[in-house]
Each structure stands twice: as structure tokens, then as C-alpha cells.
Design a protein. Structure first.
Length: 118
């Protein structure tokens, strides 16, 4: 399984950005998916996750109401829509795939940089 994240870039505070994570393999619909981020000098932190069929989503308090995670199982893709971005959202964003029928993360993408200017 390989994960390819894209969509990062530079955006002004208050702006929006959409991230995409394309996942290879035939087991995508068997896996929950998540987004994490790591700011410079900080530990990686959870951002959002979505269950196998997209019925349930979970968010860190810091992004709740501003970010939205979704998935398209027909396209083996998970998305993260980020609105009302703040400078503190600046980080490298990683997508991750859970182990099949589990809540343990097993595979990680390479990361995409999001920079929010004030």
C-alpha cells in the first residue's frame, strides 16, 4: 500500500486549501484513514480521521468546524478540506491508512507542506 499526499501550498490566513491522498492497492475500503500534521519543532499530531465507509469522522479540537475529511472509495482517495486557515495550521500534513479492520495506523504518506501566512 502506498499513499501519495498532494495539495499543499502557501495560503493567507482565512483562506482555504484542499489536500488529497491517493492510495494504491485493493484494500482501501477496508481501512480507516487519517490525517496528521507536524509543525517545525513539534511532535506529530492527529488532525482528522474517517471510518472505512465514511460513516463517522473525528477531528482534533483545534480544527473542528474548520476542516472536513471525506473519502471516495471508488477512487481510493481521501480528502481534507481546510477552511479559515490560521498561521498555527502551518505544518507538514501526512495521510495515514489504518490496518485493515483495525484502528492502528499501518501506512503513512510522504507529507505535503501547508504554510499559512498572517
Amino acid at each position: 500500500v502506498q499513499l501519495q499526499a498532494s495539495g499543499g501550498g502557501l495560503v493567507q490566513a482565512g483562506g482555504s486549501l484542499g489536500l488529497t491522498c491517493a492510495v494504491s492497492g485493493r484494500t482501501f475500503s477496508n481501512r480507516g484513514m487519517g490525517w496528521f500534521r507536524q509543525a517545525a519543532g513539534k511532535e506529530r499530531e492527529f488532525v482528522a480521521s474517517i471510518t472505512r465507509r465514511g460513516a463517522s469522522t473525528y477531528y482534533a479540537d483545534s480544527v473542528k468546524g474548520r476542516f472536513s475529511i471525506s473519502r471516495d472509495n471508488a477512487k481510493n482517495t481521501v480528502y481534507l478540506q481546510m477552511n479559515n486557515l490560521k498561521p498555527e495550521d502551518t505544518a507538514v500534513y501526512y495521510c495515514a491508512a489504518m490496518r485493515e479492520y483495525s484502528y492502528e495506523y499501518e501506512y503513512w504518506g510522504q507529507g505535503t507542506l501547508v504554510t499559512v501566512s498572517s
